[in-house]
Write a protein that binds this ligand. Structure first.
Ligand code: PHE
Length: 486
């Protein structure tokens, strides 16, 4: 409405001299008129010039007198037209503040006789203050002296009024054009008929809603911090594709082991085999599988090179540990603590607790003379840093560790013992062919990253945590959970 009024007025007239006046003449809200002026100015339909004016507003006290009359007139009217009354009697007739202010004013104005008795001195009085206040309220201009007087009595205060004078601008039109703003298919097809809005390179874009950490990343960070605090170095795990040799054979896992079946492992079609392996080491691995050595009888089967060459998606990060230990064995011996947290792959039926790819956390310590007691002690230290200090161990079997132990922790929240990992001491059949000194022992453990994360975040279906069905809201709004689930 205001827009039509402004553009229409300028069609016939040179100028709107004062937006305030214009608003009251056209019965428009001045704030709305100002908004329209700003917008039309932005598109250069109009030119606008600021106008600033001092305007006056009544204070609360001023408003009261404008309605009820000034206190001096109220006092005057309380004095009888004929005769007199005592000051006390007069005071009782009026509100204390009215009496107090009015009394001093009637004195100044010489309207009443102020002796023992009070009586009128004049017949009529004019309520000048009330009239001036009413004029101010109506927006009429008062002379300087009156303004100073009312301001002195704190009945009015000044406010800077802002408005505009308005003329036609370079893009003036009696009606605003609708510009096309989006590069839609329709707009592009009709581009000849349309006028596009100009780009505003100074406009700020929408705030970017991105950059949230997935719960798995938050928990991974906490595990990483714990390993680093315990002096572990991170292993390079950036190869998802591994040969069967490093994933299985180097770990003394026999070639007919069920895990090496394609039902359990993803084998690669291309490249289906590895290009090179360290030949002398391969020979020693073959020997230990076939006929043992280092105090072992071996598995007594025909070890096949083709089987070791097959490429696969690594089924555990222990494949990386075997590469690292082999590299370590080539140097003069130095003790090491290694860890990794990265992705592994298993050809499994997916259900609420299993995925075909998940993350494995792996830690190992390699030093002379380590014992099972050291492994238990390190595990106690490691898991208590996670807030899990009640641990139990259960004998287990891995082809590459002896002894092997499953790790259970008492979960206070769930009120039961839960399996949290697997561990053991690497076998001599694994370490000796690498060339590590005979008294060097390696203690190691592994667990999934998903399981503790699910426990922490109260997620009971792994597909709600990882994969294409994950709710983005989970990623945007997950809290920071402290590991320490006790
Ligand atoms: N590699 C084992 C975990 C493990 C690591 C190190 C020693 C013992 C066990 C697994 O996949 O479950």
């Amino acid at each position: 409405m205001a827009e039509e009024a402004i553009l229409g007025f300028l069609q016939q007239n040179e100028e709107i001299t004062d937006s305030g006046q214009f608003s009251s003449e056209h019965n428009l809200d001045h704030d709305e008129v100002v908004n329209v002026i700003k917008s039309l100015h932005g598109f250069r339909y109009i030119e606008a010039q600021d106008i600033k004016r001092e305007s006056w507003l009544l204070t609360d006290e001023g408003k009261k007198y404008a309605a009820e009359g000034s206190p001096e007139v109220q006092v005057f009217l309380a004095v009888p037209a004929e005769g007199s009354l005592s000051k006390d009697e007069l005071e009782k007739k009026l509100a204390p503040s009215v009496f107090k202010i009015g009394w001093s004013q009637v004195g100044k104005n010489k309207w009443v006789q102020m002796g023992k008795q009070v009586s009128r001195k004049v017949k009529h009085v004019e309520d000048k203050v009330k009239n001036l206040l009413l004029q101010t309220q109506d927006g009429l201009e008062l002379d300087k002296e009156s303004l100073k007087y009312l301001e002195g009595r704190k009945l009015i205060t000044s406010r800077t009024w802002k408005g505009y004078s308005v003329k036609k601008g370079p893009n003036y039109a009696p009606k605003r054009k609708n510009f096309a703003t989006d590069l839609t298919r329709e707009n592009l097809q009709n581009w000849k008929e349309l006028e596009f809005k100009e780009y505003n390179y100074n406009a700020k874009g929408l705030p970017v809603d991105a950059g949230h950490l997935h719960p798995l990343l938050k928990v991974r960070k906490q595990f990483k911090d714990i390993f680093c605090q315990m002096g572990f170095e991170e292993m390079p795990t950036n190869n998802f594709v591994e040969s069967s040799f490093w994933n299985f054979d180097a770990l003394f896992q026999p070639q007919q082991h069920p895990a090496r079946d394609s039902h359990d492992t993803f084998f690669l079609k291309a490249p289906s085999t590895t290009r090179e392996l360290p030949e002398d080491y391969v020979e020693r691995v073959k020997q230990v599988h076939e006929s043992g050595g280092y105090g072992s009888r071996g598995y007594n089967y025909d070890w096949k090179r083709e089987e070791a060459n097959k490429n696969l998606l690594r089924t555990h990060t222990t494949a990386v540990s075997s590469r690292m230990l082999y590299a370590l064995a080539k140097e003069p011996f130095a003790p090491k603590k290694y860890f990794s947290i990265d992705r592994v792959f298993r050809n499994e039926a997916v259900d609420r607790t299993h995925l075909a790819e998940f993350h494995q956390i792996e830690g190992l310590i390699c030093d002379r003379g380590l014992t099972l007691g050291d492994l238990i002690g390190v595990l106690q230290d490691f898991f208590s840093r996670l807030g899990m200090s009640k641990l139990r161990f259960k004998p287990a079997y891995n082809p590459y560790t002896e002894p092997s132990m499953e790790i259970f922790s008492y979960h206070e929240g769930l009120g039961k013992w839960v399996e949290i990992g697997n561990s053991g001491m690497f076998r001599p059949e694994m370490l000796q062919p690498m060339g590590l000194p005979e008294d060097v022992r390696v203690i190691a453990w592994g667990l999934s990253l998903e399981r503790p994360t699910m426990i922490l975040y109260g997620i009971d279906n792994i597909r709600d945590l990882f994969g294409h069905k994950v709710d983005l809201d989970l990623i945007k709004r997950n809290p920071i959970c402290r590991i320490g689930i006790e």
